[in-house]
Ligand binder design. Structure first.
Ligand code: WAQ
Ligand code: MG
Ligand code: MG
Ligand code: MG
Length: 259
């Protein structure tokens, strides 16, 4: 398994704004298929057909590839999104995120964290003590990138998720993303809910809790969603943290427990 991989990344736009983004890490033999699948995805997005699609492909040498294990996943069943948000808040408080920071993150995501009141393209960086937003560009935020599963880990993950009726791209991609984000020691926890109007689920992730998904964290039809990475602010090397999230190549070759 000491061969090079290609990082293939897609982002698309429609009506002059961000529509979707997705990416893979694949061997040379799978590059064409992966690129085609990403293009198709931009054309079939639930919010409409892409009008601009950008694909980027970069060769990653074996020496730049780190390997890792996914977070454990479990589902916390709730009756509605209000109950989901209360439960998510409690878990974040339990792992040491301050009340002010949880409130700040939830309020920003709910009201549309970008300056135009829509969802951001990336995540907010939130000081886990004060709740202050630290990211430089409040429309773009911070993007986690260059992470994926090996073919073997993907097959195992899909089989295990399938047993629970959870084998869909939202779950797989969010679990991979959160597992990279929580590989950073300065990140205490993450909160997310989808910006897709037909997908109400979200999650809280931390190294202690793993990936805890809530089937409802927002009402059906809502287009505002987002992500908050809660960081320990004091002495934070913000540039180093962002460089790791965006550029470090992390390939998950082991899955966690799926319960
Ligand atoms: N890096 C950082 N933030 C991102 C990224 C990224 N690569 N991609 C998306 N975001 C931010 C951005 O603000 C989006 O508006 C927001 O996250 C939501 O993105 O059932 O589908 O792709 O277990 O809509 C979570 C629950 C689903 C899955 C998350 O997110 C489950 C989801 P979406
Ligand atoms: Mg997206
Ligand atoms: Mg996505
Ligand atoms: Mg989305």
């Amino acid at each position: 398994m000491d061969e090079s991989l290609y990082s293939v990344r897609m982002h698309s736009r429609r009506e002059n704004r961000h529509l979707s983004g997705a990416e893979r890490l694949v061997g040379p033999a799978d590059l064409e298929t992966a690129a085609a699948a990403l293009v198709l995805r931009a054309l079939e997005h639930p919010r409409g057909r892409a009008e601009e699609i950008r694909l980027a492909v970069d060769l990653v040498p074996p020496s730049a590839i780190r390997r890792g294990r996914l977070l454990d996943l479990r589902t916390y069943r709730v009756r509605n999104y209000q109950q989901g948000r209360r439960a998510a808040r409690r878990l974040l408080l339990d792992v040491g995120v301050a009340e002010a920071a949880v409130t700040s993150a939830m309020d920003w995501i709910a009201q549309g964290a970008a300056p135009d009141g829509r969802a951001m393209r990336g995540a907010m960086l939130i000081d886990a003590e004060s709740g202050a937003r630290l990211e430089d560009d409040p429309a773009r935020g911070v993007r986690a990138s260059r992470m994926d599963l090996t073919a073997t880990a993907e097959a195992e993950l899909r089989a295990r998720l399938g047993e629970q009726g959870l084998d869909n791209p939202h779950v797989r991609e969010a679990l991979v993303l959160a597992s990279k984000v929580l590989a950073v020691p300065e990140v205490l926890a993450e909160l997310c809910w989808s910006d897709d109007p037909d997908y109400t689920a979200g999650y809280v992730a931390s190294r202690e809790l793993g990936y805890v998904r809530f089937p409802q964290l927002k009402p059906l039809g809502e287009e505002r969603g987002g992500r908050a990475f809660f960081v320990c602010g004091a002495g934070l090397d913000q540039a180093g943290l962002i460089a790791f999230l965006e550029y470090a190549v992390l390939l998950f070759d082991r899955i966690g427990t799926i319960g």
